[in-house]
Ligand binder design. Structure first.
Ligand SMILES: Nc1ncnc2c1ncn2[C@@H]1O[C@H](COP(=O)(O)OP(=O)(O)OP(=O)(O)O)[C@@H](O)[C@H]1O
Length: 285
């Protein structure tokens, strides 16, 4: 395994309307599959956007010491903007030409070989997602960041999408996947980053985190960490005479709220009343 991580975030804060969405995060992204999990609105998409350079940090630094090659970074955004009027194959061929890759092999890999002649606007939402994954991994990037690749896919396809993504990871390549599909995270992730209220609540190899928290799977880890943090928040609120935020439930099934609709200048609702229970600066290194 190379000594240097593929990417690093050093003390990164990202604010919207002056409110930190991610607060002083430090992470090293090593080769392998890293799953970014956490409740709706915890900053998963923002973390991926920061990683790929789609959003600039407000403070701190994102670096890519190990991301190399003609296309160092591949990215599947939460909503994929393909241009209408072209077929799936034509769409991929356009991007494939830029990096000398084979569009048909890419279609095959995500299970869209039979849909190559269909226009992108006629594809189902799930098929567009698969096409987005195929586009993201064209050119064999060293850092692949996929935002909710399994969202909207049927059981067979979500497994296929995750497997296709995970297979990209090797001793040089990091695949970072944000997802609410904790069963797939269990099956395919080497490491987990669990975001919670703007901070990294847990990060590290899956096996080690499960041992540390005495749980059997990633769902158990999610529940253990979010419940422990909610308790901490309630304790703090008791001490401060407040009422806590009572956010103990899992948001895994809370749909795929995208929270990614506005410009960076857009103001969001202030939530300053939330107890500040971030565990920041957890690094895998
Ligand atoms: N461009 C933006 N302008 C204003 N606020 C934003 C912007 N992008 C994200 N946010 C806010 O940042 C917070 C985190 O959003 P983000 O989409 O990163 O969370 P998430 O964990 O990916 O959520 P989900 O699981 O619902 O997709 C949310 O409160 C969201 O409203």
């Amino acid at each position: 395994m190379p000594d240097e991580p593929v990417s690093t975030l050093s003390d990164v804060t990202r604010t919207y309307g002056g409110v930190p969405v991610l607060d002083s995060i430090s992470l090293a992204i090593d080769p392998g599959v890293t799953a970014v999990i956490g409740p709706n609105g915890s900053g998963k998409s923002t973390l991926l956007r920061l990683l790929v350079g789609a959003t600039a940090p407000t403070t701190g630094e994102v670096r890519h010491p190990g991301a190399t090659g003609p296309k160092p970074i591949g990215y599947l955004p939460q909503r994929v903007p393909f241009r209408d009027g072209f077929t799936a194959r034509e769409t991929l061929a356009f991007y494939a030409r830029l990096v000398g890759d084979d569009p048909d092999a890419a279609l095959e890999q995500v299970g869209l070989a039979d849909a190559g002649d269909r226009r992108v606007e006629a594809l189902s939402g799930g098929m567009r997602r698969l096409l987005g994954i195929a586009q993201a991994v064209l050119g064999d990037p060293t850092l692949v960041a996929l935002d909710e690749p399994a969202s909207g896919l049927d059981p067979g396809m979500r497994e296929r999408a995750f497997r296709a993504a995970a297979e990209r990871a090797d001793r040089d390549t990091a695949v970072v996947i944000s997802s609410h599909a904790l069963d797939l995270v269990d099956d395919h992730a080497d490491r987990v980053v669990l975001l919670r209220r703007g901070g990294v609540a847990a990060a590290g190899p899956v096996g080690r985190l499960l041992d540390d928290h005495a749980v059997d799977d990633v769902s158990g880890l999610y529940r253990a960490v979010t419940a422990a943090e909610a308790r901490t928040g309630a304790e703090r609120s008791d001490e401060e005479g407040g009422d806590g935020d009572g956010d103990t439930g899992s948001d895994e099934e809370g749909g795929d709220g995208d929270g990614d609709t506005g410009s960076d200048e857009e103001e969001r609702d202030g939530d300053d009343a939330e107890p500040d229970v971030h565990v920041t600066g957890v690094s895998e290194r």
